[in-house]
Design a protein around this ligand. Structure first.
Ligand SMILES: N[C@@H](CC(=O)O)C(=O)O
Ligand SMILES: NC(=O)OP(=O)(O)O
Length: 319
């Protein structure tokens, strides 16, 4: 297996905001080279033998935590998972104390999900380990945007010039924010759509068109990305009722017909079936939702490889 030489001059992966186009392409190309190993079409590789990855998750996760674990294991790293509900955080230990204690065990990479926006940035400036943001509050989820870009590029052959509609609870979505940043850097057009109460006030600053109805955003779109209503972050009444939300903002087959004939449907998961997406669409022939999950392992392999080998100079993968 050969992996392209990486161009990734950062010590951490905290957000898409700090990456340029070449660095994004570098990660996507490295992920391509790891794809066969990630799918187990090829035996695992010894690239990160002797390295340690710690997954520290303060919020629930199925896809991100599992795929970081698999990614590390397929690269032969030692991977430790810490679920905060069974850690000493429940006894009152602070985030920084937890990180300092983990650091004493010499991890190379710390993968952190936290409910506070900015938590990975705070930790990154206080630890020797490379930090990966696995989702911080309503801020960023960079590896999700990278795996989404990987999935789109595989299906469409490019990112540049595509029209991507990102629909639903944009306000609370770190996925929407990271995707908008990445897609704009790669030359795609981004449209946000959702009820006014779930659209961020500064959406235009992300370079996105903003619509308070789904239909104009879907018109001719190449990619339709639906978002979950993040009830855990709703601090008040943002929605009249789930039924009305689904009637006005749910993606069904009739609405999907407004998009380009070869449009693909995405969702970062977890889905609320029957709320933001009709099961017929979620399981339909245009859905690439499980391809996104599959891509997550290859993309996270690329990210771990770049960060864990960064200290040793320009990385080239072992095989
Ligand atoms: N799983 C994604 C999206 C979601 O939860 O709706 C996240 O953690 O941001
Ligand atoms: N897409 C995503 O981040 O899923 P999880 O919350 O299950 O990790």
């Amino acid at each position: 297996m050969t992996t392209p030489r990486a161009r990734y001059p950062h010590r951490h992966l905290l957000g898409i905001e700090a990456l340029d186009r070449t660095e994004i392409l570098s990660i996507l190309d490295a992920a391509e080279s790891f794809f066969d190993v990630s799918r187990r079409s090829v035996r695992k590789v010894p690239t990160l033998r002797g390295k340690t990855v710690i997954n520290l998750f303060y919020e629930p996760s199925t896809r991100t935590r599992t795929s970081f674990e698999l990614a590390g294991k397929r690269l032969s790293a030692d991977v430790i998972n810490i679920s905060v509900s069974t850690s000493s955080a429940v006894k009152g230990e602070t985030l920084l104390d937890t990180v300092k204690n983990l650091e004493a065990m010499c991890p190379d990479v710390l993968v952190l999900r936290h409910q506070a926006s900015g938590a990975p940035h705070y930790v990154a400036s206080r630890t020797k380990a490379a930090v990966v943001n696995a989702g911080d509050g309503t801020h960023e989820h960079p590896t999700q945007a990278l795996l989404d870009a990987f999935t789109i590029r595989r299906r469409k052959g490019r990112l540049e010039g595509l029209v991507v509609a990102i629909c639903g609870d944009v306000l609370h979505s770190r996925v929407a924010r990271s995707n908008a940043l990445l897609l704009r850097k790669m030359g795609a057009t981004v449209r946000f759509a959702g009820p006014r109460t779930l659209l961020p006030p500064a959406a235009e600053s992300l370079g996105a068109e903003v619509h308070d109805r789904l239909e104009p955003a879907l018109e001719g779109a190449d990619v339709v990305m639906m978002l979950r209503v993040q009830r855990e972050r709703l601090a008040g009444t943002f929605l009249p009722s789930t039924r009305e939300y689904s009637r006005k903002f749910g993606l069904n087959e009739a609405r999907l017909a407004l998009a380009a004939p070869d449009a693909i449907v995405m969702h970062p998961g977890p889905m609320n079936r029957g709320v933001e997406i009709d099961p017929l669409v979620a399981d339909g022939s245009r859905s690439v939702i499980l391809d996104q999950v599959e891509a997550g392992v290859a993309v996270r392999m690329a990210v771990l490889w770049m960060l864990a080998t960064e200290a040793e100079g320009e990385p080239t993968a072992g095989a």
